[in-house]
Write a protein that binds this ligand. Sequence first.
Ligand SMILES: Nc1nc(=O)c2c([nH]1)NC[C@@H]1CN(c3ccc(C(=O)N[C@@H](CCC(=O)O)C(=O)O)cc3)C=[N+]21
Length: 296
Amino acid sequence: MTAKILDGNWFAGQIRERVRNEVVSLQQELGITPGLAVIIVGDNPASQVYVNRKHKACGETGIHSVVIRLAEQTTQNELLQKIEELNRDGSIHGILVQLPLPAHIDEMVILQAISPAKDVDGFHPFNMGSLAAGRELLVPCTPAGIVRLLEMAGIDLEGKRAVIIGRSNIVGKPMALLLLSRNATVTVCHSRTRELAAIAREADILIAAVGKPGFVKPEMVKPGAVVIDVGINRVEGKLAGDVDFPAVREVAGAITPVPGGVGPLTISMLLANTVKAVRLLQPTAGVKAKSRVRRS
Ligand SMILES: Nc1nc(=O)c2c([nH]1)NC[C@@H]1CN(c3ccc(C(=O)N[C@@H](CCC(=O)O)C(=O)O)cc3)C=[N+]21
């Protein structure tokens, strides 16, 4: 069997279309243009690429976006001051600090300084804790995008075996919580897991977020399984996923490619979260937005 390829660009386009419509209604009904601020510290070339993509995607959906570029030597206090300023700025509804940060800055301190209501990455402990408690407020973009992709592709999660390889705060852990609350049976594997291949092979849905190019081999995949590749590894200047794509696509039932899979969904969910943050900040907007959905 050759797997169906899940085209991330197409699904991301669908989400973006919906975001564009929501931006128009927010403007017409409340006179609010959603605003996103992205802070980038230093000049990591990959970060520059991602930040430019985010800025461009905002432009396409009518979201006002500002990119704040700070020098590599910026101190933690200077960065905290900038975040405070944006927390108070009424034209900004979403704040994202691009990771990784330079080594002299404590990531946890920075992420906790962002107002939870503007935390469009969903990395603040308040949002992570809410997710763990079963209340999905601002949810991390990559796992949220994967759930939307599975929904849109008609892949049911109820009672399914999901295996996640990777336990990071930004993908593995929130992914596990989202799948769990959708009634999947979830296993999280990591670098210390024994018999990882045998566990992976039990998955109906296998999510690879390990950061090792080509890590998932066909022997680790149950025939017909859905394989989601979160890897964004640069190998000899080219982008490579965590899945050995040519071999695994012969075994899987459906698979996301890299590039053109999860990456574009992450960006679309950032836009969706920015619109959601407007509603969370404006209770009246939330009521209107909800009743609109019910009427249509
Ligand atoms: N605070 C924060 N939030 C993030 O969401 C965040 C971050 N920091 N740091 C880095 C990672 C990585 N990330 C990606 C977003 C889009 C693509 C993407 O669109 N990828 C394209 C290809 C891009 C290319 O050619 O390099 C694709 O897969 O088709 C990839 C990776 C967001 N991240």
